[in-house]
Write a protein that binds this ligand. Structure first.
Ligand code: ATP
Ligand code: MG
Length: 269
């Protein structure tokens, strides 16, 4: 069965797409068969890596026509496939809202990829809406990047946790909301960032398992931007670096191993 992970946050610009693309490519390089799903109207993930084959349809085709035919595009990276966002007008939101099974349809459709992939990573838009709900309900696990800035941290506590609470009743329709993992993301070396990190860890400890903050933190470094510009996974882009901050390859590997402990023995080429 494919493990479905939705990368979500009710705040925009926190690093969801960068994290989805880099985690996906790293897992693919570790030998996992990975499917990325771009569930954001702004198709940033869809163009993160060069494609070697563009399918006729994307997420809109998958959900509205309930067909798996010609919805999977292939990236240049071995083992890394993609369902593109093909909904420039944002019509899918409305479609999901007005279909009786709208919010749970993606969940059921993605199960049909269970034999083809080990991991499915779903990127979402940073705003509450029916498509974000559908992506959250399709996931076994949720992953939320949290920049340790006070506004992002507050929005995480208020918005993201609020969204999960709102969706909890969906479990009566067979779509439970998976556990939420927060990753302290784009952390800099300021005292303020460290203080907010401590606060988030304290809150998570008091949440009775509702959220878990990962041990691995992702630093703010230019490698993540540069590698995105070069359309290259960051673990390939920054293998070594000098100074106190770990190279992106080590950070992303540590995050993958923490999130997928069964891959600890898998090595990068
Ligand atoms: N670790 C990092 N260090 C520094 N900059 C980063 C890091 N990760 C991502 N960025 C930059 O932060 C910006 C926002 O990242 P990204 O687009 O991934 O966020 P997002 O949550 O997907 O945004 P949106 O809600 O608009 O979809 C981008 O310019 C990206 O290059
Ligand atoms: Mg994004």
């Amino acid at each position: 069965m494919a493990l479905k992970v939705t990368i979500t946050s009710t705040k925009g610009g926190v690093g969801k797409t960068t994290l989805t693309a880099n985690l996906g490519a790293l897992l693919a390089d570790l030998g996992q068969r990975v499917l990325l799903v771009d569930a954001d109207v702004q198709p940033t993930l869809s163009s993160f890596y060069p494609l070697v084959s563009l399918a006729e349809k994307g997420l809109c085709g998958l959900i509205t026509e309930a067909t798996l035919d010609d919805v999977v595009s292939l990236t240049q990276i071995k083992n890394l496939d993609l369902i593109v966002s093909d909904d420039p007008q944002g019509a899918l939101q409305n479609w999901i809202l007005h279909s009786p099974d709208g919010r749970v349809r993606l969940k059921h459709l993605l199960c049909m990829f269970d034999n083809s992939y080990d991991v499915i990573l779903i990127d979402t838009q940073g705003a509450v809406g029916p498509l974000q709900d559908a992506a959250v309900l399709a996931a076994d696990l949720l992953l939320s990047p949290i920049p340790p800035e006070i506004l992002s941290a507050r929005e995480f506590t208020r918005g993201t946790l609020g969204m999960l609470e709102r969706l909890q009743p969906m479990r009566f329709l067979g779509a439970s909301v998976g556990p939420l993992y927060g990753v302290i993301y784009r952390i800099d070396r300021t005292i303020d960032a460290r203080r907010i990190e401590r606060e988030l860890r304290k809150e998570s400890a008091a949440s009775q398992g509702q959220i878990q903050i990962m041990k691995t933190v992702v630093p703010a470094t230019v490698a993540y931007r540069e590698s995105a510009t070069a359309q290259t996974p960051v673990h390939r882009w920054e293998v070594k670096r000098s100074g106190p901050t770990a190279p992106a390859r080590d950070t992303m590997l540590a995050l993958a191993h923490e999130f997928f402990p069964h891959l600890t023995d898998a090595v990068l080429p």
